[in-house]
Design a protein around this ligand. Structure first.
Ligand SMILES: [Zn+2]
Length: 412
């Protein structure tokens, strides 16, 4: 049953990708009306069901984390959902009798992890949408070997297994060298991995001649890194923009990151002191765990350049960090994107770095191998940008967490 749902979702997404911006908006209005029955069954949203989107309150993810039981339409409690997600993470069979599956996402850089819950039909829909957004139709006609190198094996992808798709998960807990060997044995045609891992493979000289489609996700990637990986692997990596709140966007074959305006209502809330926004996310297709006006964490900038790929979803620049990591010096704001634009041309893809600021000072951390000349240039660039004293530290060992967080603000 899920196979035909996946195909229908693929077809629907493909059709939507050929619509005008106005056509996409009409599609969203239709989806919003269809969503109301699920909202009426969701305790936290029921009071507003049937009303226009703007009447719903904007919700911070922390509110949802406080009681997932209030944020689903299938009467699962917080304890039941957490048990489902825990068992999925450990690869065990669920104790809770339910067709619903749940999992933990690693959360945005430094943020708390979030829980997502989905029905079999929603998982099929997710796969159909992903295939339509990420791969050309001709790719589905040949055999594909999909390698997923992300934090936890994701039931969403595992269900692509079978037919023309072979699937393998490569956990992030393993060392890059070991993972590279196993990946080379598997010989993927499609690889999805965080940029820091792709960089580690490329710097170690690892190649994968079988690769036809390369995707990166779960953390920002800079322009220099994209160019380096494209030169090394012979395929330009394309970004998947995915959050706990949903599949928010994907980069097309022309290199533009488009928001998924065919399936989500993403409102853009201006961020004070900047030209950018943070997303307020409504997923119009998720009913088990409705996502209605949930405030995302990423700092987004619109990319006004028209794209020739034919998809009318809005273009954004690849997100480079969180709104909470915008540096605030009095009235002046320095965004994560500003910091990446300043350091990327200097430090490039061969140097790892992290830039941290407080009200008084800026610290740039680089690896012990970084040359003095590059270190000095990085310090000068940040001093120009922040107008604060800049300290250079040759130590990146304090990087914590599964995700790279290159630009950090400490409000102390
Ligand atoms: Zn495009």
């Amino acid at each position: 049953m899920t196979r035909s749902l996946t195909f229908l979702s693929w077809l629907r997404t493909r059709r939507a990708m050929g619509r005008s911006a106005r056509g996409l908006a009409a599609g969203r209005s239709h989806l919003w009306r269809s969503l109301q029955a699920a909202l009426a069954k969701t305790p936290a949203l029921a009071a507003c069901a049937g009303q226009p989107l703007a009447r719903f309150a904007i919700t911070d993810p922390a509110q949802m984390r406080g009681d997932y039981g209030a944020w689903n339409s299938v009467k699962l409690s917080q304890a039941e959902l957490c048990a489902l997600a825990d068992t999925a993470e450990h690869g065990e069979t669920a104790q809770v009798d339910s067709a619903i599956s749940a999992g933990w996402s690693s959360g945005s850089g430094g943020g708390a992890r979030g829980l997502f819950a989905a029905s079999p039909a929603e998982r099929a829909d997710y796969i159909g949408q992903s295939l339509a957004r990420l791969l050309p139709a001709r790719a589905l006609l040949s055999r594909q070997r999909l390698a997923l190198h992300l934090r936890a094996s994701n039931a969403l992808y595992e269900e692509t297994q079978g037919g023309r798709f072979a699937f393998a998960h490569f956990p992030l807990e393993a060392q890059p060298s070991e993972t590279l060997e196993r990946l080379q044995d598997f010989a993927p045609t499609i690889l999805i991995a965080p940029p820091h891992r792709l960089l580690a493979f490329a710097r170690a000289g690892g190649t994968m001649p079988s690769l036809r489609h390369l995707f990166c996700g779960s953390e920002p990637i800079s322009p220099a890194e994209t160019r380096f990986l494209a030169a090394h692997f012979g395929i330009r990596p394309r970004s998947i923009y995915q959050a706990t709140e949903g599949f928010l966007g994907a980069e097309c074959e022309h290199g533009h990151l488009h928001l998924n305006d065919h399936a989500l209502e993403i409102e853009l809330e201006p961020v004070p002191g900047t030209q950018g926004f943070r997303p307020i996310i409504t997923d119009l297709r998720r009913t088990t765990q409705p996502i209605v006006r949930v405030r995302g964490d990423d700092f987004l900038e619109l990319d006004p350049h028209p794209c020739a790929c034919g998809y009318a979803g809005r273009g954004i620049r690849p997100p480079q960090g969180r709104v909470n990591d915008i540096w605030r010096f009095g009235d002046r704001a320095v965004t994560p994107a500003d910091v990446v634009r300043a350091l990327d041309p200097i430090l490039g893809a061969q140097q790892d770095w992290q830039a941290l600021a407080t009200r008084e000072e800026v610290t740039v951390r680089v690896s012990p191998h970084c040359s003095n000349a590059l270190g000095d240039q990085a310090v000068a660039a940040l001093r120009g940008l922040a107008d604060r004293p800049v300290d250079l530290v040759r130590d990146l060992s304090s990087w914590a967490g599964p995700k790279r967080r290159r630009v950090v603000w400490t409000n102390g």
